[in-house]
Ligand binder design. Structure first.
Ligand code: HEC
Length: 306
């Protein structure tokens, strides 16, 4: 069996860059670590459509993968030992996650502005953000109330909210986090599972996870870094431009399922343009060495040089 080979490297999307800091993965947060998320597409019939025994068989039979696996984790498991298989499958996810952790957001012009303020600079100074973007920042933090949910270094509170998005036409609305929370607590590969190296005290997010009815139709607040190349937006690609996203917040329609937590903003066209300019100023290329963004070629045998 061969996994699909990626011949052209896809554009790096914000959904992976910086995800090392996310306590929840997927829009409904049904995974609670990068490594356990990485396992799901391998077995999803719509993605790689493989199963864990096939994946481990591939690693055992390919000299490059096998040597790399053994260097990191020891001998591959006996394919009749179910627990050993799950452990080894988790190791595959951990190796993928180790790579993903190299995909770190770079500094944007907004970060330059923050550094300027931290060194005692004048807040009106326009060498990092221009007048339009500065007005957008003021709205973002003030009248438009974006920071209620999009706050912190990645512009997300890492929580789940209902923002009244309609499903694409003809499709059913998403139950969102209310189902995601059920999946993640039952997932054998979660933070408290046997394959996790975390201690119980590392798993506070899962132990104290919110489960209330307000999670109906709620999705994960995404980071707002690097939006320029990641259209279409929202969990089901409902908006093809940032202008459409902002018009949605401005109207704040009634939710089809659950309750929209955002309220209408009644901003003018000009204010919406300012907000959009600010969002674009958060863009930056990933702070990742270019060699990690190229296909690796052959897997080196006899060890991996980081
Ligand atoms: C009540 C919490 C909340 C508030 C307030 C809020 N957002 Fe969001 N935002 C979210 C959530 C949750 C999503 C994901 C919704 C989905 O796609 O299901 C989101 C999605 C987005 C996206 C799409 C990102 C992507 O990668 O697809 C953008 C852009 C965005 N918000 C910008 C803003 C701006 C600008 C404001 C202020 C006008 C704002 N948000 C206010 C919670 C919030």
């Amino acid at each position: 069996m061969r996994l699909t080979r990626v011949t052209r490297w896809p554009t790096i999307r914000a959904s992976i860059v910086g995800s090392a800091w996310s306590p929840w993965l997927y829009w409904d947060g049904r995974k609670d670590s990068q490594w356990s998320q990485a396992l799901a597409p391998l077995e999803d019939p719509n993605e790689h459509g493989a199963n864990r025994v096939q994946i481990l068989g591939l690693i055992a039979s390919d000299p490059g993968y096998r040597a790399a696996y053994e260097t990191l984790f020891g001998a591959p498991p006996d394919l009749l030992d179910e627990q050993g298989i799950d452990q080894a499958f988790a190791n595959v996810g951990k190796a993928i996650a180790a790579y993903e952790r190299l995909l770190v957001p770079g500094l944007s012009r907004f970060d330059g502005y923050v550094a300027h303020l931290e060194s005692g600079g004048d807040y009106r100074e326009q060498s990092h953000l221009n007048a339009l973007e500065l007005r957008g920042l003021r709205l973002f933090m003030g009248e438009a109330r974006c920071t209620e949910c999009h706050n912190g270094p990645l512009f997300t509170n890492n929580e789940f909210h209902n923002t009244g998005l309609l499903p694409p036409s003809g499709e059913l609305p998403d139950r969102g986090r209310i189902d995601g929370v059920r999946s993640v607590t039952a997932d054998p590969f979660n933070c408290l599972g046997r394959s996790s190296e975390a201690t119980a005290s590392d798993c506070a997010e899962l132990t104290f996870v919110r489960t209330g009815i307000e999670l109906l139709g709620a999705t994960r607040t995404p980071s707002l870094r690097g939006l320029v190349n990641t259209a279409p937006y929202q969990s089901r690609g409902q908006h093809s431009t940032l202008t459409e996203v902002l018009e949605h917040y401005n109207r704040a329609p009634l939710a089809m399922i659950g309750h929209n937590e955002a309220t209408p903003l009644n901003l003018s066209r000009r204010e919406l343009r300012q907000l959009e300019a600010f969002l674009v100023s958060l863009d930056a290329t990933a702070a990742t060495e270019s060699r990690w963004l190229e296909p690796p070629g052959e897997i080196p045998t006899g060890g991996i040089t980081p």
